[in-house]
Write a protein that binds this ligand. Structure first.
Ligand code: ATP
Ligand code: MG
Length: 718
């Protein structure tokens, strides 16, 4: 069978060890996912296991789709009887069949995040809680965390100590009551209720235990407590449970992932066999060494060895730029150049970053260079809700003729202008042949909007005030944007929510502020209309992707399990990665989680890994200066190829002992050019000569000319 032929002895052992609990603990790219797929094929083809007796769980739908495809290829017929899916979709299927046993209707609806928010809003109102203090999303986040730990409302209430948690407990009760009344389940309920079903209905559990005699779980290191219980119950009869994972790639603690699930596997399932895979088939030696060196700085991990027969390979590239602008320009240019040179297509490249907000600069550069791209697991920067809201404000101030923009924000944040009033104004505008905004200005003549009228007057006078400000020329686009944010309380509302999602939205808005700042620096006569026009050139391109060949952009979290020939990890500087939050948390655990994320990122690369950093990054329009990430400095210098990027670099870099840590070290004095042999460091022509195919001088013109910062292009070439 061809699927056994292409496996190494440990992989083969894992594939053939089908009976009893099995833990495959192995580093990145060692073929864990591949082993799972082959195992399924082997069980069906060789062991006579019926396809419907097999369940395989993956982390994302995308991964499930890929695994199913591969199994289909290996097995051929009957493969569709195998359950290959995520936890959520498996649970959903089970509940559709049996949830009536625990008092729900089988035709239950599943509430998405927006639906849940709506319910929570009603709950908060019904309980007469202060909406300034109690935000739907933050309460929902607490409830979700509780559900992941299988903590119901009763237990939550018992354990609530703080005044606010006691209120949250009340919300939890009320929220569950309403969901039940509506015969609805939220995402977390899918798991919680399946576990409950299994616990309360032994018959149902027995049925599924019989059915799923063979259970396999990928990315086990990121399972949470309720998922663990689901697995434990299902597997407790036949104990044919195979989990694969890598404790070094556990990166979802903030969502309740429990690393103990993997570390305690042998305790939970006595007699479990443990197989370690040590050969990495994905990356070159240099990339792998870099990954191993970085992760070695984490304490309390299971020791793992990883080797590869892909000797050598390109050194890891490290490029440090003056700012994020030039960083993005370099990455876009590098990709374009390499694709043009032939032999590589766009889909061989991926750009990974720490936060979603960082996509903005890359998107702009990609569009400018006509590089097709796609954002994985997220939306394009200018299509994000908060960005569209802010731009709608700016458009309304700029000219009131964009009806869509005005309608978008007339009641955002909520100011008591309902849909009925809006409908009446629309009607009036139509009859009088006015734009929507002009109709607002005549609100006193619009019939039937009495109650909303005063709110509308407040709105138009606010917009009027902004217009005056902008026309006076005394305030910049950036200041206008900041005024809008402050006056409307938009960001404040997000801050009060204090959820991961709200934080990401704030980061996006901060990034937009940086964009206005960039724009002002670039433009000869900055003004609002021109700014909006410039943005719309980028924003209106819904998606540049044509066909299937595009560069993938995603967060490091989103890249888990994937692989690419060429990977760029951007924003490799302190306070970006590791994040400011993790550094200021003063908790070594937080940094270790970031370091695992870095390990995940590095190990996505097959052939070529480029780490980039910006010395200066705009944060909320303010320049912040950061040194290179500690993770870069943890890579030994002999694995890294550097080119001089900035005037500072020479002073910045210090002679090494072992790691780049010393190389860029802070503290050691003497300066040497011994590094120049490694790739144009000392006196070489510098930036761009290698990848851009031009001379250093050319590169300095093309970069220096566009940057606008430190406009003397002495930074490059000399
Ligand atoms: P991650 O930890 O990132 O999820 P993984 O351990 O699941 O990685 P896979 O994605 O299964 O690793 O495999 C990594 C790459 O190595 C894939 O391209 C896979 O096809 C290839 N590979 C795995 N095992 C072998 C093998 N025995 N021979 C050749 N290629 C292999
Ligand atoms: Mg995998």
């Amino acid at each position: 069978m061809n699927y056994l032929e292409n496996l190494n002895p440990q992989q083969k052992e894992a594939v053939e060890y089908t009976e009893g609990p099995l833990l495959i603990l192995a580093g990145a790219g060692s073929g864990k996912t591949r082993v799972l797929t082959c195992r399924i094929a082997h069980m069906i083809a060789e062991k006579g296991v019926a396809p419907w007796n097999i369940m395989a769980i993956t982390f994302t739908n995308k991964a499930a789709g890929e695994m199913r495809e591969r199994v289909d290829q290996l097995v051929g017929q009957g493969a569709d009887n195998i359950w290959v899916s995520t936890f959520h979709s498996s649970c959903c299927r089970i509940l559709r069949r049996y949830i009536d046993r625990i008092g729900y209707d089988r035709s239950f609806t599943i509430y998405d995040t927006d639906d849940s928010k709506q319910v929570m809003k009603e709950v908060i109102r019904a309980l007469q809680l202060d909406t300034k203090v109690f935000k739907e999303r933050s309460i929902l986040a607490k409830i979700s965390a509780a559900k992941n730990e299988m903590i119901g409302p009763e237990q939550f209430e018992e354990e609530a100590i703080s005044w606010s948690d006691k209120r949250v407990a009340k919300c939890y009760y009320e929220y569950q009551k309403r969901l039940t009344q509506n015969n609805a389940l939220d995402f977390d309920d899918l798991l919680v209720l399946t576990v409950k079903l299994f616990q309360q209905e032994p018959e149902v559990l027995a049925y599924y235990q019989e059915r799923f005699r063979y259970i396999m779980i990928d990315e086990y290191q990121d399972t949470n407590t309720v998922q663990f219980h689901f697995v434990r119950l299902l597997a407790s009869r036949y104990r044919n449970l195979c989990v694969v994972g890598d404790d070094d790639q556990s990166i979802y603690k903030f969502r309740g992932a429990n690393i103990r699930n993997i570390l305690n596997f042998e305790k939970e399932f006595p007699g479990a066999k443990v197989i370690k895979l040590e050969q990495n088939y994905r990356s070159t030696q240099n990339i792998l060494n870099a990954a191993n060196e970085v992760i070695a700085n984490n304490k309390g991990r299971k020791q793992k060895k990883l080797w590869t027969s892909n000797k050598g390979g390109e050194l890891v590239h490290f490029r440090q730029f003056l700012n994020g602008f030039e960083e993005a320009e370099y990455v876009a240019g590098d990709i374009a150049g390499k694709v043009r040179a032939g032999g590589r297509q766009y889909s061989d490249f991926a750009v990974l970053y720490r936060t979603n907000a960082m996509s903005r600069l890359f998107e702009e550069k990609f569009i400018a260079l006509n590089i097709p791209y796609k954002i994985v697991g997220g939306v394009n920067f200018y299509a994000r809700k908060e960005i569209k809201d802010m731009l709608a404000y700016l458009k309304t101030v700029d000219n009131g003729r964009d009806d869509l923009a005005v309608k978008r924000i007339i009641n955002i944040p909520k100011r008591g202008i309902g849909n009925t009033s809006i409908g009446k104004i629309e009607q009036y505008a139509l009859e009088e042949n006015l734009s929507f905004y002009d109709a607002l200005l005549e609100i006193d003549r619009v019939p039937g909007v009495s109650r909303a009228a005063s709110k509308i007057r407040e709105f138009t006078s606010m917009i009027g005030r902004y217009r005056g400000i902008i026309h006076s020329g005394e305030f910049s686009v950036r200041e206008l944007l900041e005024m809008i944010i402050r006056d409307t309380g938009y960001v404040q509302e997000l801050e009060e929510e204090n959820t991961d999602e709200a934080k990401a939205r704030i980061e996006n808005i901060d990034e937009l502020i940086s964009k206005t700042e960039d724009y002002m620096k670039e433009s000869d006569e900055p003004n609002l209309s021109e700014f909006l026009q410039q943005v719309s050139l980028v924003a209106d391109i819904d998606s540049v992707e044509e066909g299937s060949d595009y560069v993938l952009l995603m967060t490091l979290h989103g890249a888990k399990g994937l692989e690419f020939d060429n990977v760029y990890m951007a924003g490799m500087e302190e306070n970006t990665f590791p994040s400011y939050m993790s550094i200021s948390a003063d908790d070594p655990e937080e940094i270790e989680e970031e370091r695992r994320l870095c390990y995940v990122g590095i190990t996505r690369a097959r052939k070529d890994l480029t780490l980039t950093a910006a010395e200066m990054r705009m944060v909320r329009g303010e320049p912040q200066f950061h040194r290179a990430s500690r993770f870069v400095r943890e890579i030994p210098r002999n694995l890294v190829e550097l080119e001089r990027e900035t005037t500072d670099t020479r002073n910045f870099l210090k002679p090494p002992a072992t790691g780049l840590d010393q190389l860029m070290g802070y503290g050691r004095g003497d300066k040497t050019s011994s590094y120049s042999g490694q790739g144009g460091f000392g006196e070489s022509s510098g930036f761009g000569s290698r990848n851009r195919g031009g001379s250093g001088a050319e590169a300095s013109v093309s970069y220096g000319g566009t940057s606008g910062y430190r406009s003397g292009s002495s930074a490059y070439g000399s």
